[in-house]
Write a protein that binds this ligand. Structure first.
Ligand SMILES: Nc1ncnc2c1ncn2[C@@H]1O[C@H](COP(=O)(O)OP(=O)(O)OP(=O)(O)O)[C@@H](O)[C@H]1O
Length: 335
């Protein structure tokens, strides 16, 4: 008798990613077996991921290890991290590491914890020479990410959620992005894997938690069960659109930019709004405005220098970047 369908599904998802990693490894002409690490919080998604990795890796000639990060934000988090590391070793992953980090405050508690966690995972990947790091984000996480982008009123890039592959050299992989959270949970249950439910995930103080426990269930009640799947599909379609528009903007930039680094207003005006705003955003970032602080409202204001010109003065962007219209040119400079 084969494995339970949930276990078969998580294994298939991981096998596909391992094939990809192996192909990439071979094209780099490497002969040693690649090491793949699972980033594991001890929650159901990443424990399911660890179990699938431990099953598939030896069959494909891949080495498999695990990393758990202790954010040090809760009483006893060090003991829990040690416990997760033990569970990963019990799955015969090797190497296994529990890494303790210090979380700053920049950008709010959730963003600060995420930034510190990725920095620790990057460092661990470098230290162990890992070819890939697997993350347990599911289709439900993707749907939540799309809704958060929608609620911020941002564009297609933000609606495109998380990519299956991100990070330096495509280091981070998300095998479960097309799998629902219920399947991961069921797979743990069927394999008698103990899982740890992070109390933060149920804490209504966190936006994502409210969305998960109140927002999405209300949407499903109103619109039907297919909402999560539809939102995940929206993410993929938006990603394709955003990629195409980014490529268009990169081409357009070459035609509107002169050697002195100023932009031709008439040529900008002739571009479709979605492309023009991307060109303006690229130029602002190129001049030193930090991408994370540059919001749609900033770019809209710069855009008005082109589309609603009435002699306005210079516009100040984050990072001490100023934008002014001088005759038929747009001058974007720091300082
Ligand atoms: N403390 C951690 N240590 C290592 N990896 C982590 C940690 N927290 C999150 N991750 C990785 O990031 C992914 C997504 O994080 P998220 O906070 O959504 O997960 P979670 O709900 O805490 O845990 P899980 O996804 O395992 O159920 C996890 O699946 C895991 O791969």
């Amino acid at each position: 008798m084969g494995p339970h369908p949930a276990v078969a599904a998580i294994r298939l998802a991981v096998r596909r990613v391992l094939h990809d990693v192996l192909n990439q490894h071979c094209t780099q002409d490497r002969r040693d077996p690649p090491l793949v690490l699972v980033a594991c919080s001890g929650g159901a998604d990443s424990m399911a991921l660890a179990s699938a990795l431990t099953f598939e890796a030896p069959r494909l000639g891949v080495r498999a290890g695990g990393i758990t990060v202790d954010h040090g934000l809760q009483e006893g988090s060090d003991l829990r991290a040690a416990e997760v590391a033990l569970r990963l070793r019990a799955l015969r992953l090797d190497p296994v590491e529990a890494v303790t980090i210090r979380v700053g405050r920049d950008g709010g508690p959730e963003a600060a914890a995420r930034d510190a966690r990725y920095a620790a995972l990057d460092a661990a990947a470098e230290r162990h020479g890992a070819a890939a790091v697997l993350l347990g984000h599911t289709r439900d996480d993707q749907a939540e990410t799309v809704l958060l982008g929608l609620a911020r009123g941002s564009g297609t890039r933000s609606l495109s959620g998380m990519a299956a592959t991100t990070g330096r050299d495509g280091r981070y992989r998300r095998p479960f992005l097309e799998l629902d959270r219920q399947t991961a949970r069921k797979a743990c249950l069927m394999q008698s894997l103990p899982v740890w439910d992070d109390p933060h995930n149920a804490d209504p103080a966190y936006t994502r938690s409210r969305l998960r426990h109140e927002g999405l269930p209300a949407l499903e009640k109103a619109l039907g069960k297919g909402v999560v799947e539809a939102l995940a599909r929206t993410a993929q379609l938006s990603r394709d659109d955003a990629d195409a528009l980014d490529a268009w903007a990169a081409d357009a930039e070459r035609t509107v930019l002169d050697d002195a680094g100023t932009l031709d207003v008439a040529a900008l005006f002739a571009l479709p709004a979605a492309v023009r705003r991307r060109v303006l955003r690229r130029a602002a970032i190129g001049a030193g405005s930090p991408a994370g602080s540059l919001f749609a409202r900033h770019i809209e204001e710069v855009d008005r220098l082109i589309t609603a010109w009435r002699g306005q003065g210079a516009i100040n962007l984050p990072g001490r970047v100023g934008v002014r219209r001088q005759g038929g040119r747009l001058v974007i400079r720091q300082g």
